[in-house]
Design a protein around this ligand. Sequence first.
Ligand code: FES
Length: 156
Amino acid sequence: MEIIMYSEKVMDHFTNPRNVGEIEGANAVGQVGNPKCGDIMKMYMKINEETNVIEEVKFKTFGCGAAIATSSMATELVKGKTIDEALEITNSAVAEALDGLPPIKMHCSNLAEEAIHAAIGNYYESKGMDTSHLKCGDGCSCCGEEHEGCEHGHGE
Ligand code: FES
């Protein structure tokens, strides 16, 4: 059996995940599922409506160790950022911040990027703002379906 090696940071965020839980009165909530394995992540944010800064963020993930570690790191990365800065965070940036993930577990990091987009999409929708730039055109793992050539780079 092949043994998968994780970085110390992955193990740290898996065994001691940051920002676990829910935020009462969150104004941005997004839930996404990983179509490859069925794992689920829900992200809660409190966004300052004047500055667009994400002041608080928490998550709940029903998933593998890599999904929990990437969720935890993603919340650390978005906290204190503006919405626009948070939307720039990719799944590979989250994986890099954890000193990498084994290739076989890279798909787990998609949940983190997608949950950020889903939560911010929920915030935009609640304000009646356009969310089309947050979504892929044809459906992909961001949207719950697989397809080639996803503009977010993880539809393969
Ligand atoms: Fe499902 Fe990792 S195996 S997110």
